[in-house]
Design a protein around this ligand. Structure first.
Ligand SMILES: Cc1cc2nc3c(=O)[nH]c(=O)nc-3n(C[C@H](O)[C@H](O)[C@H](O)COP(=O)(O)O)c2cc1C
Length: 718
């Protein structure tokens, strides 16, 4: 143990929530992940998912939204049911599994109100405080593919929901359902409940002036709107013992919602909740759910530490502990706790990416935390009524069969050769070494990372993954051979037991008139220019100044460091003021973001009907909304016909009447198309080991998620 004081003393220190003594201040925030058995039953799959987070050191595990009146008021058949005693055995096993590892466990209680998709699917009315009068942006489907719209319609039950305005009997029933669920959870051995009074579900609909138009004792003034929450809190208190904690999660603000909840409303709600017996206040936020871009404003905030000021403001008006949430990095969380701005930090996406994050923070081992890259793959799945996935952690939702892969030594030590040090190769080498194999990794360039280096340049969170992968491989017992292009002869002579080919993608230059012009750069050119890797074939296309600048960047090591390069590129880049990007997939759109942020006027031409189709939806909405706001021109269904001296000519091929050329001015043209598996190279290595596998982009372009998952699974099989 080092004598250095931990940077995370406060996060690692114990804290109380009402009667509960927690071992640290790191909570797993509730996440609906659809790992429940059909019918709302907790099974082994769900138990092992939560158990891993408790084993990983979380002080408090808050389970996903549990439906107090299941199936009524539920959003999916695969969420926890809390409405009947038949659920008790599964819940009791879950509580015991979390307790085994020293964490406390609370269930999140919900009635989904207007978003109770299961009610619509099963032909029931949805319960709301009043007839909805609010009309949001309704742009949710704009950037979705046809298949995605179909999936969404299916998840929402196909038809338009029928609204039932809650009568006083309905309200009394609701209060009883919440309280009965709390009592049931206490019997199952849970330590507490978190009432979900946020995110547009029924309790928050009552709290929201935008959704609650009642003129009885449950609507009108903020106090009346908070009456239902207070009644539920009191009823839960009455039906549970003194050792059981009861608190609520509220929205500090409702963004993009005319007349929605304000911070002032939320402060009052927090005080009223405390008065009604809440042991803590969990501060989240919500945004108009009919608008795609809003989703990454709240509740899955994209802005780092997006709501910490709200938590701080609410902390000032209550005496009970305040839980802060919303993309809070450990350093920021520690600072907030030290400043007295909150008492606990809840984490959601980070807990998916690394279930051991709490222990690693408490041990001050931040470099070992597998980072979330904020790609939103996780949340896209439940959106479509599918089980959660994590791009960087293939074990998520499969803990019951994969959690011990890295800890488990293979019975026989095998000689494993990995060719290619991109994300797939690094992940495979890391996991194979952890399983006790003798691993050699060949990388032809002088640094590890492959395409992930380039991806890090345009999207900062990717750089954290790059650093983590490289650090883990360096720590592991892997023989890394940099600057070493593995040849089939060399591999043949090594005669490994297993050969994993992680050769990446190849980029095909499209056959377009004008593609050879000096102002046209393809993916390889760009990567070479910006990241300083490979052969600067494109150097010949640069001015003398450009060549000198690129050489200087390399000599100073700027091109080796994505962060430095991101900064340096703000001052200079070999890219003109007007840029046309041909190809509006993930790569083209991320590139557009990068260039627009550096003052370029950008047009993106995408041949297909959907832009950024490979991005998980919430991120796609976010990126496309940001691009449009930045003035980037996004054109889908555009077939490029020719690249001219200063212009690109294209036709809108979805429009039969559009026989004319459109023209976009471009000083620089960037080709972001033509990515394909590197099968030609891979073929030369076939048959050189007992087992040969292709992983990552060389087996089919799958970006970060494909690379990490294939790398992991290939190594897990050895
Ligand atoms: C896959 C997923 C599912 C979520 N489901 C819930 C939920 O069931 N209840 C809830 O209150 N919040 C839910 N959230 C929001 C999180 O609890 C959290 O507030 C949000 O992700 C911001 O925290 P983070 O930046 O640490 O991820 C979910 C988030 C994710 C990523």
């Amino acid at each position: 143990m080092s004598d250095k004081p931990s940077r995370f003393e406060k996060l690692a220190s114990p804290v109380r929530i009402g009667p509960l003594e927690l071992r640290n201040r790191i909570a797993m925030a509730g996440m609906g992940v659809e790992v429940c058995e059909d019918g709302g039953f907790v099974g082994d799959r769900m138990i092992s998912y939560y158990e891993e987070r408790a084993r990983g050191g979380a002080g408090l595990v808050i389970t996903e939204v549990g439906a107090v009146a299941y199936p009524k008021g539920a959003t999916t058949a695969h969420q926890i049911g809390l409405s009947r005693d038949e659920y008790l055995p599964g819940l009791a096993r879950l509580a015991a599994a979390v307790h085994r590892h020293g964490a406390k466990v609370a269930a999140q209680l919900v009635h989904h109100g207007k978003v109770a998709r299961l009610d619509t699917q099963q032909g029931r009315e949805i319960l709301m405080p009043s007839e909805p009068t609010f009309h949001g942006a309704l742009d949710l489907t704009h950037d979705m593919s046809r298949e995605e719209v179909g999936l969404l319609m299916k998840a929402f039950g196909g038809g338009a929901p029928k609204v039932r305005v809650a009568s006083l009997e309905d309200i009394a029933w609701l209060v009883d359902q919440f309280a009965a669920a709390a009592a049931r959870l206490e019997r199952a051995g849970f330590d507490g409940v978190e009432l979900h009074a946020a995110h547009g579900y029924i309790l928050s609909e009552f709290l929201s002036p935008a959704w609650n138009q009642r003129d009885d004792e449950y609507g009108g003034s903020p106090e009346k709107r908070a009456r239902l929450l207070q009644e539920v809190l009191r009823a839960c208190r009455e039906r549970t013992g003194d050792e059981f904690a009861v608190w609520c999660r509220i929205d500090a603000e409702e963004f993009r919602t005319p007349g929605g909840i304000t911070l002032e409303d939320a402060k009052l709600t927090a005080r009223l909740a405390q008065e009604a017996g809440a042991d803590a206040i969990h501060v989240s936020a919500y945004a108009d759910s009919t608008s795609g871009g809003a989703f990454t404003e709240a509740p899955l905030v994209h802005k780092p530490a997006g709501y910490v000021e709200n938590a701080r403001a609410i902390k000032q008006c209550v005496d009970v502990p305040v839980i802060a949430v919303g993309r809070i990095e450990p350093e920021r969380g520690e600072a907030l706790l030290r400043e007295g701005g909150a008492d606990l930090i809840a984490m959601a996406r980070k807990m998916l990416a690394d279930p051991e994050i709490a222990r690693k923070i408490c041990e001050d081992r931040l470099e070992d935390v597998r980072p979330c890259v904020y790609c939103y793959t996780c949340v896209e799945q439940p959106f479509f009524d599918r089980t959660v996935r994590c791009a960087v952690n293939p074990v998520v939702a499969n803990e019951w069969k994969l959690a011990r892969v890295e800890a488990g030594r293979s019975p026989e030590r095998q000689r494993v050769v990995v060719v290619g040090g991109g994300p797939a190769g690094l992940e495979a080498a890391r996991v194979a070494a952890a399983r006790g194999h003798d691993v050699t990794l060949f990388e032809k360039s002088d640094r590890l990372g492959g395409t992930l280096r380039f991806a890090s340049l345009v999207y900062e969170p990717n750089e954290r993954l790059l650093r983590w992968l490289v650090a883990q491989v360096e720590k592991a017992d892997v023989d890394v051979r940099l600057g070493s292009e593995a040849t089939p002869e060399q591999i043949g002579a090594m005669a490994p037991d297993v050969l994993l080919l992680a050769l990446g993608a190849r980029r095909e230059t499209p056959q377009l008139p004008g593609v050879e012009r000096d102002h046209v750069f393809d993916g390889d050119d760009l990567r070479a220019l910006l990241s300083g890797e490979g052969d600067v074939r494109a150097g010949g296309k640069l001015s003398l100044v450009g060549r000198v600048a690129v050489r200087a960047g390399r000599a100073l090591g700027v091109t080796a460091d994505p962060a430095k390069l991101r900064e340096a590129s703000r001052a200079w880049m070999p890219v003109g003021g007007q840029v046309c990007i041909v190809g509006g997939g993930l790569v083209g759109c991320e590139l557009a973001e990068f260039l627009a942020a550096r003052g370029r006027r950008v047009t993106v031409l995408e041949e297909g009907p959907t832009l950024a189709a490979e991005m998980a939806l919430p991120r796609r909405w976010r990126v496309l909304e940001d691009l449009r706001r930045e003035g980037v021109s996004l054109v889908a269904g555009a077939r490029v016909r020719e690249i001219g001296e200063r212009s690109v000519f294209y036709r809108l091929h979805d429009d039969p009447d559009d026989a004319d050329d459109h023209q976009v001015a471009a000083e620089t043209v960037l080709l972001a198309t033509g990515l394909a598996a590197n099968d030609r190279l891979a073929a030369a290595f076939e048959g050189l080991a007992g087992r040969v596998e292709r992983i990552g982009d060389c087996s089919g372009v799958g970006y970060i998620e494909g690379a990490i998952h294939e790398g992991f699974h290939a190594a897990a099989r050895i």
